[in-house]
Design a protein. Structure first.
Length: 211
């Protein structure tokens, strides 16, 4: 539970341990990548929970019974770069998911996102579209990404994130009230540089080794 209406906050001992590994400034790059991949699987599992299903008859070695399949296309849209750290987990569960990319870099002076790339496959109107980015700080990048996809006709949007600031969740609740967010942590606040506190630093830099 969280104070935000449209947010699933995952609480689990494994998630808490892995979040701690990610937050720890002394965690090396291989440990960081392993921990984020484990949490990404749990986030993906929860993010896919509302997928519609279809039923059909399947025959076990013993008798016929009801089988299930997923009845909606899935599109994963990582916000580059850091979103790439979460997208593979979704593809593990939905191997035929389409993948779109949105390149955005937050200007560290203005704190506004600057768009540098977009490539969205067909199917955005009907698919469940999962925008993934490990960090939601001011919410500017997620807001731009969701608005871009809404303008393209997306109707079944979800936002999957590792750590969110309340300021970013507030913005998404105001601007995208129909978009459900799945996250592993809601942190305390943003500092003067618009970094999440306590946070984990810059997820993209730590994941790709660019610090
Ligand atoms: C980080 C993060 C989000 C964004 C969050 O990316 O991964 O995309 O900033 O901030 P916001 O909610 O205030 O917009 P960054 O710009 O550092 O790029 P990167 O993914 O290439 O590291």
């Amino acid at each position: 539970m969280s104070d935000f209406k449209n947010v699933t906050l995952i609480k689990h001992p494994v998630v808490n341990r892995d979040l701690t590994i990610l937050r720890d400034v002394n965690t090396n790059i291989s440990e960081f990548r392993a921990a984020i991949k484990r949490i990404a699987m749990i986030l993906a599992y929860h993010a896919l929970k509302e997928l519609p299903q279809t039923t059909f008859e399947v025959e076990t070695p013993i008798q016929k019974t009801t089988g299930y399949d997923i009845d909606q296309g899935v599109m994963v849209v990582p916000i580059l770069r850091a979103g790439l750290s979460l997208s593979d987990a979704l593809l593990q569960f939905i191997p035929d998911a389409r993948v779109g990319h949105l390149g955005m870099e937050r200007n560290e002076t203005t704190h506004q996102p600057e768009d540098y790339y977009s490539n969205i496959p067909d199917g955005v109107e009907d698919d469940m579209v999962l925008v993934v980015d490990p960090m939601l700080a001011t919410g500017g990048s997620a807001h731009d990404a969701l608005s871009f996809l809404e303008d393209k006709g997306a109707q079944h949007l979800r936002f999957v994130s590792l750590i969110c600031a309340p300021e970013g969740l507030q913005k998404l609740e105001e601007e995208h009230p129909n978009v459900h967010t799945i996250t592993a942590a809601i942190d305390d606040h943003l500092n003067d540089d618009a970094f999440i506190v306590p946070g984990l630093g810059d997820a993209g830099d730590r994941y790709f080794g660019t610090t």
